[in-house]
Design a protein around this ligand. Sequence first.
Ligand code: G1P
Length: 295
Amino acid sequence: MSIDIAVVPVAGHGTRLLPATKSQPKEMLPVGRKPVVQYVVEELAHSGIRRLLFITGASKTSIENHFDIDDRLITYLRESGREEELAQLDFERRDIEYFYTRQRRQLGLGHAVLCARSLVGQQPFVVALGDSIIGINAKSDIVQRMADEFERSKADLVVAFEEVPPSDVVRYGIAKPRGAVSDIFELEDVVEKPAANEAPSTLAVAARYVFSPAIFDELVETKPGKGGEIQLTDAMRSLLKKGGKGIGFRLPATEPRFDIGNYESYYQSFVEFALADPDYGPGLKAHLQKLLANG
Ligand code: G1P
């Protein structure tokens, strides 16, 4: 894969997860042993991303701290012979360059991505939302497969989608496929958070995108849309309307998307990751079984 730069927006307020997110980013909430954003970075690294630009905002500095190399902690653990705990910090030494910029006004996801323009310039790039994990323990190379398809089919945008129940279409960007839907399909249009009776499908944008730099020209022109925010979906829509080529990627059942944007799916995600923990999963399973058996 030659695309090696990813933009990770983490500037949102996380209001759907208050009060947990009052003074800490939702992207730092733990899912099992790691904060959400660490899984995102590990997934991207696995797909060949080497430059990572976070679009941050107020009270998000703990994300920057998390990816710094903490020499004092390393020395302390080494000197006290705690090799196992030291190994938990291996992710700090990944071969990735980190960049951070602030979205200085909260104008929406589209505006957050536009903040990346000067750094990204005239090259294709990945967008990975910092509140979503793909695959249990982020074992997914979907971004790599999307980037390969982007290059092979000379697309302008490639977007990951997941099937959602009709009652959930109001939460997501929804695909209008052109023709029949298979695992990879052509995208005719995409609509941000439609009402259930107006949704063109039940395929929801699943937090991973590959874009040509042409998306920036659309974002500059995009007016506030749903919720008064500058929507990435609206910029995608106008690029498609102008004849841009869009490809949809349906997430396979083996690589589900874990959405850490609301409590319902956060709870489900945490339990699933905790059950998969090699040390504590079996004990937790027995505990849950006991709880459930007791009604
Ligand atoms: C954003 C996008 C939406 C997408 C979703 C995925 O919405 O606007 O199209 O489906 O992320 O998580 P948000 O969750 O920021 O409201």
